[in-house]
Design a protein around this ligand. Structure first.
Ligand SMILES: C[S@@+](CC[C@H](N)C(=O)[O-])C[C@H]1O[C@@H](n2cnc3c(N)ncnc32)[C@H](O)[C@@H]1O
Length: 204
C-alpha cells in the first residue's frame, strides 16, 4: 500500500492524533528555536492536523499560517481537529505533483525523513523556486549525532522509518547538504533537548 493511504478514516485519525500530540507537547520549542517573526506568510507542507502550525500562529500572531496536505487529510483535519476561531487555514494539495504556493517560510516537519534523497531534493528545489526572496525553510526532525552513534531514541526512530517508509533519520550535515544542493544557504541548527530539533535555512 502506498505511504499515507489509510485503510479507513479511523486508521487515519489514529495516525493524525499521534502526529498532533507531539506538537501539543514539543511544538513551542520548535517554533521558538529561531526568531521567525520576519516571515509573514508561512506554509506547513504536510502539516497534517495543524498542531505545529497552530503553535506557530500563537507565537507569531501577525503571520498567516496555512497547512497544505493531501485532500483526505485536510478534510479529516477540518472535521476532527479544527478549533473555534481557528488561527490557521487549510489548503488541499500535493507537494510532489502539484504547485507549491508562494510564501516567506515553509515548514517541513517530519517530512524529509519519510522519503528517499531524490524525492527530497526535488521537493526542496520546488520550494526554493516558490519561496519569496529572503524566505526560508524550517525543518523539524529528530537529529542523529554526526557519527550516527546516537542518540539512542533517534536510532530507534530511524529503525522505525526504515521499516515503515522510504526514509530514515539523519545527522545535521545531511540536511545542510540537501538544502545547499537545492539553492538555500545560511544554515542554523538548534538542538532543542526534546524529541525533535530544528534547522532553519534562508534564501539569498
Ligand atoms: C509523517 S507525517 C508528518 C505530519 C506533520 N508534519 C507532523 O510533523 O506532525 C507526513 C505528512 O505528510 C503528508 N503528505 C504525504 N505526502 C504528501 C504529498 N504528496 N503532498 C502533501 N502532503 C503529503 C501526509 O498526509 C502527512 O500528513
Amino acid at each position: 500500500m502506498p505511504m499515507f493511504c489509510f485503510r479507513s478514516e479511523e486508521e487515519m485519525l489514529k495516525f493524525m492524533g499521534l502526529m498532533n500530540s507531539t506538537w501539543v507537547i514539543d511544538g513551542h520549542d520548535i517554533v521558538t528555536a529561531f526568531d521567525l517573526s520576519s516571515f509573514k506568510t508561512v506554509i506547513d507542507l504536510g502539516g497534517c492536523s495543524g498542531a505545529l502550525a497552530r503553535e506557530l500562529a500563537k507565537e507569531y500572531p501577525s503571520s498567516t499560517v496555512t497547512v497544505l496536505d493531501l485532500p483526505a487529510v485536510v478534510q479529516t483535519a477540518q472535521r476532527h481537529f479544527a478549533q473555534q476561531d481557528d488561527t490557521i487555514c487549510f489548503q488541499e494539495g500535493d507537494f510532489f505533483e502539484g504547485e507549491i504556493p508562494p510564501a516567506d517560510l515553509y515548514i517541513l516537519a517530519r517530512i524529509i525523513h519519510d522519503w528517499k534523497e531524490d524525492k527530497n531534493l526535488k521537493l526542496l528545489k520546488k520550494i526554493h523556486t516558490a519561496c519569496h526572496p529572503g524566505g526560508g525553510v524550517l525543518i523539524a526532525e529528530a537529529l542523529l549525532f554526526e557519527n550516527r552513534r546516537g542518540p539512542t531514541m533517534v536510532q530507534m526512530f530511524s529503525l522505525n522509518m526504515l521499516v515503515q517508509t522510504e526514509g530514515k533519520e539523519h545527522p545535521p550535515s545531511h540536511y545542510t547538504r540537501l538544502l545547499t544542493d537545492a539553492g538555500f544557504r545560511d544554515v542554523q541548527v538548534c538542538r532543542t533537548g526534546k524529541s525533535y530539533d530544528a534547522i532553519l535555512r534562508r534564501d539569498k
